[in-house]
Design a protein around this ligand. Structure first.
Ligand SMILES: *Cc1c(COP(=O)(O)O)cnc(C)c1O
Length: 469
């Protein structure tokens, strides 16, 4: 029996979550969500993947929150009933501005765009973080214990997390971001909420510095437990699961003929969005392949084309939410590639941490391919797609339209942000100034944030002083 079969069997029992680095102490859904990162530094994964091959077709008539409920049901185990989950998914998607939640638009008969930017912060991260806000609220109600949320952002995660938790009782949220390296509008979305439980922290450094500080603070067990610290960056398992849903949604909205061979193209940074698609495929959704579309920060493109995983230097780009070099969710894929063997995962991650490089022999791309796009090409692509289809891409989504790929099948491009979040880039490419009413309203509100050095102990004492108890 191969590993995959073993992984899928054992149906009917409450789902537990295992760390990619150790087989000990599996957790329930709520525990894994509350912890974010596993105590051994690994990432949580469900101990088995449900097989939806015979089920997904039956979901065609469900609306988005209902689909989300059906998908999540086997993952939450006994933590939530179907009715509770139903109420949570309804509330989570109530703040989206279009009834379809994730509209699938067709540019021509082979090219589709799945618009994931109709949530409160106009980027795909709202799909996971609006729902995560509901999970936190349920947890706090149940335990009567406060939670302090800590995360790092290259722009969109932070604002989406903040808008998922805004004003919720019993939770404060601290978001670190690289000062001056996110767009002014992204910063306004975080720092102009007026909510007393929101603490945006601009650090003097890069996104990777911010992420390192978060990792370090989560590694300090006493501090973590004392503050009841929880992570909302892209490593939280609930985010990955919430993101699986729209792959099913999109597939169900495709006409019958393109379904026979369809590739999904995903603008990628931390590997979270596209990993969700790959998991959906593993759970029985017949996606032909998934293309990783990177910007000039191309560690994943290099890995998937050469088998060498090697950190480079972050080069700020026109698609800033993808300006990362270490893709934290890669470890989850690695776990599967290494035959679900935590010892192997630890060995690879240790070697990578020591040397900044790992060479895979016979690297298995398993359904993935990759493309990259540098900053010179992004405005050209925005221009070309606008001329060809009258459709305005944001700079992240533009990375999906790399020309090196001959289109021999239908393609679904995941549009990860609204062009209105990046008006300067759009305007200089096509002379059109995209706007959105929610962003216009922010411009007249005061900016409330602190600026701190990229230093873990300074950040820790700031959190100590401002946390909810
Ligand atoms: C976060 C983000 C990405 C990258 O998503 P990952 O899950 O990190 O791969 C791409 N585009 C936008 C607009 C984003 O906010």
């Amino acid at each position: 029996m191969d590993k995959q079969t073993a992984f899928r069997e054992n149906n009917g029992q409450t789902m537990r979550y295992v760390s990619t680095r150790s087989q000990s102490s599996p957790q329930t859904f709520t525990q894994a969500v509350a912890q974010g990162l596993a105590p051994d530094g690994g990432l949580y994964l469900p101990e088995r993947l449900p097989d939806f091959s015979d089920k997904w077709r039956g979901w065609a008539s469900l609306n988005y929150p209902e689909l989300c409920r059906e998908f999540l049901l086997p993952f939450v185990g006994e933590d939530f009933s179907k009715d509770e989950l139903d109420a949570m998914t309804r509330r989570a998607y109530a703040r989206f501005s279009v009834p379809e939640i994730a509209p699938l638009k067709s540019l021509d008969e082979k090219t589709y765009v799945l618009e994931l930017f109709h949530g409160p912060t106009l980027a795909f991260k709202d799909f996971a973080l609006q729902l995560l806000g509901e999970f936190y609220e349920a947890q706090i109600k149940r335990t009567h214990e406060a939670i302090n949320v800590l995360g790092a952002t290259s722009g969109d995660t932070g604002s989406a997390a903040i808008h998922g938790l805004l004003g919720k009782p019993g939770v404060s949220i601290f978001i670190l971001y690289p000062d001056g390296r996110i767009s002014p509008l992204q910063e306004r979305q975080m720092a102009c909420t007026g909510a007393a439980n929101v603490f945006p922290i601009a650090i003097e450094g890069t996104f990777d510095n911010a992420q390192d500080i978060v990792k370090e603070l989560f590694g300090e067990r006493a501090f973590k437990e004392d503050c009841r610290l929880s992570a909302v960056n892209s490593i939280n398992i609930s985010r990955i699961l919430a993101q699986c849903v729209y792959y099913f949604w999109a597939f169900l909205r495709l006409p019958e003929s393109p379904r026979a061979a369809v590739d999904f193209v995903v603008p990628t940074g931390n590997f979270g969005n596209i990993l969700a698609g790959w998991l959906a495929r593993k759970m029985g959704l017949p996606i032909r392949s998934l293309r990783i579309a990177t910007n000039q920060n191309d560690i994943l493109h290099r890995l998937f084309t050469t088998g060498v995983y090697e950190v480079g230097k972050v080069k700020p780009s026109l698609a800033p939410s993808m300006d990362i070099q270490v893709a934290s969710n890669f470890e989850r894929f690695l776990y599967f590639v290494e035959g679900c063997d935590p010892t192997r995962v630890r060995a690879v991650m240790d070697a990578f941490k020591r040397t900044g490089r790992y060479v895979f022999e016979n690297f298995s791309a398993d359904g993935f391919c990759a493309s990259r796009m540098d900053d010179a090409q992004i405005p050209q692509v925005i221009q070309r797609v606008y001329q060809q289809y009258g459709y305005v891409l944001d700079p992240h989504t533009a990375c999906a339209f790399a020309e090196t790929f001959a289109q021999d099948a239908a393609t679904v491009v995941l549009a990860t942000a609204s062009p209105a979040k990046f008006p300067e880039t759009i305007e200089s490419a096509i002379g059109v100034h995209p706007t959105d009413p929610s962003l216009e309203a922010l411009k007249s509100r005061p900016l409330v944030r602190v600026r701190l050095p990229a230093n873990a102990s300074g950040i820790a004492s700031y959190i100590q002083r401002h946390r909810v108890r």
